[in-house]
Design a protein around this ligand. Structure first.
Ligand code: ADP
Ligand code: MG
Length: 643
């Protein structure tokens, strides 16, 4: 294929699917096509302007940046043109023929299932394809500084045609051949209203030629008698181009905030919280930051690690300045505008810039303070935030040691003493600690039911001590980084002993020692039988109800960490567990008696394995040999006459 030939290309499957969805589910929101196309035009100008800071040639002497709307009532076309970066042939084919975002397939599948998919699709950003909500044919004429001009034409169904065209100016014209029912987008009033509503803060002028017919007037300003009206054409700017982050809070209406948020995020929902402030002193900047209500679908993928928009003195520098916020606040959307950086700062320098570091520290402190206030003053709202973004925020425990205390103060957990689904904070926990308790106890598990089945909790329950439940996979990875809160150590109930007075400890030790002696033979027998399964069989003072419990070796790697290592392809030694026995449970005494009487009996072995298997189940493990377990259980049921 030579650069000069015309070519027919097919859309990638996901584009066709998305087009189908956009046209059908976003129907009632079709106005947004204009916002999307103007935003693309503005992005294209940003790109060229940015590049021409260092290479003036690229812009070809262009500085009168503008986005122009032209409506042609005869041809029924609406054209959105810009004098931005344009596209080469390859860029045309890639940018307007594929969807580069990861997770697209999964997302589209979810969308087709979802009932109210409007919000979802908005988060994904329908972008350019929204043009097909109002047009049955779209032609794009474009010219990049790097190449000749090309046209792209499509009816938004199977594919598109690309062909070379003569185009004098750099930039892009998007020509919409409007559908039968979209004639309103040819009206000046309609376009004016839409630009005001959705694109008022776009930095570049959005202009339109407007016709005015006027009756000529004489020197006194009186209409000239019998004169024909004269039509004049004037280019008008439709948007105010006001950077709303530069204004004072009091000058911005709730509606303006909301529209700006939707413009930034392509999200249809309202932001949960707006943080608009100005930092002065060692570093100066203005920030307008939004905490969204809904999580974007790629929150946990690499592509989801976006940043804030960075402006220097109202000049747009980049759209996803990752180092303005740490990854654990990646759900934020917004703008930072500073005068403390040189305009021609390169992206490389931005990677490690001391000024930027200062801005980030300031932003982090501010956002955490806002969250703290929300938690104290509007707990309902805070819980909403926490359920959506809490798992992300927690990552900060691992990555931001300076903010440990602040982040820890924002955490919420379920707990053994609270109703299911009711959160407790570390502060609440500490306030309600029993006088003899020195440690904050927690237990990590996959869900509440599994956590509550843990035999290790029995002793805590019987003393009435609260245990926090870590039920999210991230907890096991990040929570070990928080070894204390308000001078109280945090410890898993699976690690070490419960707090006890010296006297209590002495007594417990004596009991365990005694049990070890009484049941010496039984311990030896069990240790041998379970040699390849557990590292040790021993008595424990912590069990009050269950006969036995399986625990992982103290300070060994927890489950999530092991899974993480495995995912990274690292070899791990098999995990060793300890089987703990309850010396006071009658089953132990009867096992010991059986061991004395007939050490070689099948019944002894069966009971032992049943004991071990139930300890495994309680610990949330899968049984290696389910068939053997059922056989033994059935055998037992028969013996007891239960069946
Ligand atoms: P997004 O803007 O989120 O990247 P869009 O679907 O709106 O997604 O646009 C897809 C891509 O097409 C853009 O990323 C850009 O590369 C290209 N594009 C769209 N409109 C223009 C334009 N007016 N000028 C230059 N490139 C454009
Ligand atoms: Mg876009």
């Amino acid at each position: 294929m030579t650069q000069s030939a015309a070519e027919r290309m097919e859309f990638k499957t996901e584009v066709s699917q998305l087009l189908d969805l956009v046209v059908h589910s976003l129907y009632s929101h079709k106005d947004i096509f204009l916002r999307e196309l103007i935003s693309n035009a503005s992005d294209a100008i940003d790109k060229l302007r940015y590049l021409s800071i260092t290479d003036a040639e690229l812009a070809g002497g262009q500085t009168a940046w503008r986005i122009k709307l032209s409506a042609d009532k005869v041809a029924r076309t609406l054209t959105i043109s810009d004098n931005g970066i344009g596209m080469t042939r390859d860029e045309l084919a890639t940018n307007l023929g594929t969807i580069a975002k990861s997770g697209t397939k999964e997302f589209l599948a979810a969308l087709q299932q979802a009932k109210d998919n409007v919000n979802l699709i908005g988060q994904f950003g329908v972008g350019f394809y929204s043009a097909f909500m109002v047009a049955d044919k779209v032609t794009v004429l474009t010219k990049s500084p790097k190449s000749e001009g090309f046209s792209w034409t499509s009816d938004g169904k199977q594919g598109f045609d690309i062909a070379p065209v003569e185009k004098a100016e750099r930039g892009t014209d998007v020509i919409l051949h409007l559908k039968e029912d979209a004639g309103n987008y040819l009206e000046e009033y309609e376009l004016r209203t839409l630009v005001k509503k959705y694109s008022d803060f776009v930095e570049f002028p959005v202009v339109m030629d407007v016709e005015r017919s006027e009756t000529p007037r004489d020197e006194k300003g009186e209409p000239v008698k019998d004169a024909q009206p004269v039509t004049t054409v004037k280019t008008e700017t439709l948007n105010s181009q006001k950077a709303i982050w530069s204004k004072n809070k009091s000058e911005v209406t709730a509606e303006e905030y909301k529209e700006f948020y939707q413009h930034l995020s392509h999200d249809f929902s309202e932001p949960l919280e707006i943080v608009h402030y100005r930092a002065e002193g060692t570093i100066e900047f203005k920030a307008l930051i939004f905490i969204p209500t809904l999580a974007p679908m790629d929150l946990f993928t690499k592509e989801g690690q976006r940043g804030l928009q960075l402006y220097i003195n109202r000049v747009f520098i980049m759209s996803d300045a990752k180092n303005l916020i740490p990854p654990y606040l990646r759900f934020l959307k917004g703008v930072v505008d500073t005068s403390d950086l040189p305009l021609n700062v390169s992206r490389e320098i931005l990677q490690q810039n001391a000024q930027l570091d200062k801005i980030r520290k300031n932003l982090v402190t501010k956002i955490l303070a806002v969250l703290k206030e929300m938690k104290e003053k509007d707990y309902e709202k805070y819980q909403k935030f926490y359920r959506t973004f809490g798992a992300v925020l927690k990552e900060g425990l691992h990555y931001d040691h300076d903010q440990h205390e602040a982040i820890a103060g924002l955490l919420l957990f379920e707990s053994t003493t609270a109703e299911p689904g009711v959160y407790r904070s570390l502060d609440q926990y500490v306030a309600d600690m029993k006088p003899e308790q020195k440690t904050i106890y927690y237990l990590a598990a996959e869900d509440r039911a599994q956590a509550l089945a843990a035999p290790r909790l029995e002793a805590y329950k019987s003393k009435g001590w609260e245990v926090l439940l870590f039920l999210e996979p991230i907890d096991e990875i990040v929570m070990p980084d928080l070894y204390e809160y308000k001078q109280k150590p945090l410890r898993s109930v699976n690690q070490g002993d419960m707090d006890a007075t010296d006297d209590e400890k002495k007594q417990l030790e004596a009991e365990i020692k005694q049990a070890g002696e009484t049941y010496k033979d039984l311990l030896a027998y069990m240790g041998k039988k379970l040699e390849s399964d557990v590292a040790e069989v021993r008595f424990s003072p912590r069990l009050t109800e269950s006969p036995a419990a399986l625990i992982s070796e103290d300070f060994g790697m927890n489950k999530s960490m092991r899974e993480m290592w495995k995912a990274m392809g690292r070899e791990l030694p098999p995990q060793k567990f300890i089987l703990e026995l309850n010396p006071k449970h009658p089953l132990i005494a009867s096992l010991a008696a059986l061991e004395k009487k007939s050490p070689l009996s099948g019944q002894l072995e069966d009971t032992l394995f049943l004991l071990y298997d139930q300890a495994q189940l309680a610990a949330g493990h899968k049984l290696k040999d389910v068939a053997a377990f059922t056989r033994r259980l059935n055998q037992l049921l028969l013996q007891t006459g239960a069946a």
